[in-house]
Design a protein around this ligand. Sequence first.
Ligand SMILES: [Zn+2]
Length: 529
Amino acid sequence: MALDIAIRGGTVYDGSDRPPVAIDVGIAGGRIVAMGEVAAKAEHEIDAAGLAVAPGFIDIHSHSDYTLLVDPRAVSAIAQGVTTEVIGNCGFGCAPIGDPKLAASAIYGFDDSIKLTWRGIGAYLDRLAAARPAVNVMTLVPNGQLRLAAVGLADRPAAPGEVARMRDLLREGLSEGAVGYSIGLEYPAEVGCAEDELVALARESGRAGGFYATHTRNRAAGAAAAVEEAIRTARAAEVRLQVSHLMPRSGDAESRRCLDAVEAARARGQDIAFDMHTRLYGTTMLSTLLPPWSLVDGVAGLRAHLAASASRARIRSFTSIIASVGDWEKVVLLDVPGMPDVSRLSLAEIGRRRGRDPHDCALDILAEAGDGLHRPMVILNVMSEATQKLAFGHPLCVPGSDATTLAPDGPLAGSVFHGAYTWAAWFWRAAVREWRLLKPEEAVNRLTGRPAAILGLTDRGAIAVGAHADVAVFDPREFGERGTTFEPNQLARGMRHVIVNGALTLGDGAPTGTRAGAIIKRHGPALAF
Ligand SMILES: [Zn+2]
């Protein structure tokens, strides 16, 4: 048999948590067709002596919905061996679109360079396929867009007619290939969601064989109660639950309580798992400080509200992700385009420099940002290494980027999203090499076989004859991140070759220019996990 690619002499991890074996892997027609001692010659021979060979990594928590349209090369991800991304997380995403102006506020990385010309999930996925992404893509239906389309920015539970409208949009998205339903209850478009409204919608996802990915209502003090709400909602809706970035911003004890809630639900027989990003901090948009009503009349309206003392006081009283941290020293602005005087400083420090209350400084910066209102990002220094170890050592945890794909050159070169360049590389370096928390085969399983099972993928996430040839070949002693907090846009080190659907996408550590990703639509019910 003629092979397209042969990977010879590597240490092969099959994606389960079984120990590796030293065998060759043969690829033809986009599939793995031979394993063992492979005699047939290949068009492209890869010498993998001393290297690990694993299924391509699956990022179950990506926000690349828009960036893959802007730059489909996904260089930051490919350089880490990522071959599949799940988008539409945390209630954010590019479809369905009701009012395009409103919809932009629930799309990570939106910059208007690509106009929102589509409406439904199906049309969006067609548009994404036309962009030919380098990675495979699966999508969830994001609740933020459902709410914006049916309810707008009103901060209240949806009325029965609105719930029906959201349910129709969700059903349509699921029928057009989405693999589940996601919510982001801390975000302005969704803070008004009532629990029964979520049950009604989550049930639709379960009926369609999808899962329910939830960024809970409260990830600060009292976070465990919000995890309990997610568990209750999923149980009432009879849907599999994936808790997004489980560990909260409120310390180690609260993290333990969140994990206890997950374990108790699991012990009761509920189908539940969780993911975790790899940062010691949270990142979010500074604009999450703003209550929905303050944005109803756009930037001009916001400026008017901020100029009127009564409205400003109302805005200040809004319980936001950022304000809930409760310590402005821990809230640090990343580089803000056009505002070097505040970049890389904590709000507390900005307050000292401006002689003004830090919360007011943050609101001033948003007013100054004008149309770029959603661009300023902050990091919230709220995670400990102990919490990260607790999460990543847990058998129900899979890591995820919680970021967008980026590239050090091209239209996204100036964009920052922590985790984009570092997540899988960090996970390997920290969990396997530094902390020795996981054996290499366990870490591979968390990056491949386990997310594949959650997603119902039976022919990816594994090195097996017949599987799609998504493969990462890397130096296990070197694979790690180079990006840092303030210089994040640096490609990971140690990844040698990445194959997507049988096409060499990274060769000898360099992008080949090939973009062979597929849009993977839900087919059949997912596996239990
Ligand atoms: Zn989230």
